[in-house]
Design a protein around this ligand. Structure first.
Ligand SMILES: [Zn+2]
Length: 158
């Protein structure tokens, strides 16, 4: 049984960005290009193949759907349709090798704690943060680039 639910950006958001080349809500122009590095797509949570796959850079509120206080920032998705990362697939293996910051929040966007994971051992850090009663959800960011990667929630059916 999975002890976490991995929440990638909604498919509707990815499809809107691909169709309009604009950021949802903000309307800022989105930028399409051939990938130049192996950053992750925030929809399928797979890393881009540099020089091969096309991607779109757009402005996304990483608290969309869970908080009224926004915090927009740049994220990438594949320019072509890709499958959304399965919520019960566990921590994305393709992202295990890069340093990530796990932020623990209480509702109201109150940051309670953060863990910098550099050795790929994400599960113990996630379990420890979820053991706190005051933690409602976790946000995972790139430690080096600072960008939002995905959200983690407790399993809906324990
Ligand atoms: Zn993708």
């Amino acid at each position: 049984m999975q002890s976490m639910r991995i929440v990638a950006i909604p498919t509707e958001t990815a499809e809107t960005v691909r169709a309009t080349l604009e950021a949802p809500v903000y309307g800022f122009p989105a930028h399409a290009e051939v990938a130049r590095d192996d950053a992750p797509c925030r929809h399928c949570l797979r890393t881009f193949k540099p020089g091969e796959e096309r991607r779109i850079l757009f402005t996304y509120n990483r608290f969309a759907g869970i908080e009224t206080l926004p915090e927009p920032g740049p994220v990438y998705i594949h320019a072509d349709a890709c499958p959304r990362y399965s919520e019960d697939a566990g921590f994305p293996e393709e992202l295990r090798g890069s340093p990530r910051t796990i932020e623990a929040y209480a509702r109201g966007r109150r940051l309670l704690a953060q863990e910098y994971v550099v050795d790929g051992k994400f599960e113990p850090a996630i379990e420890e943060l979820f053991a706190r009663q005051d933690v409602d959800y976790l946000q995972v960011n790139s430690t080096t680039a600072g960008c939002f990667t995905f959200r983690i929630e407790r399993p809906s059916h324990p």
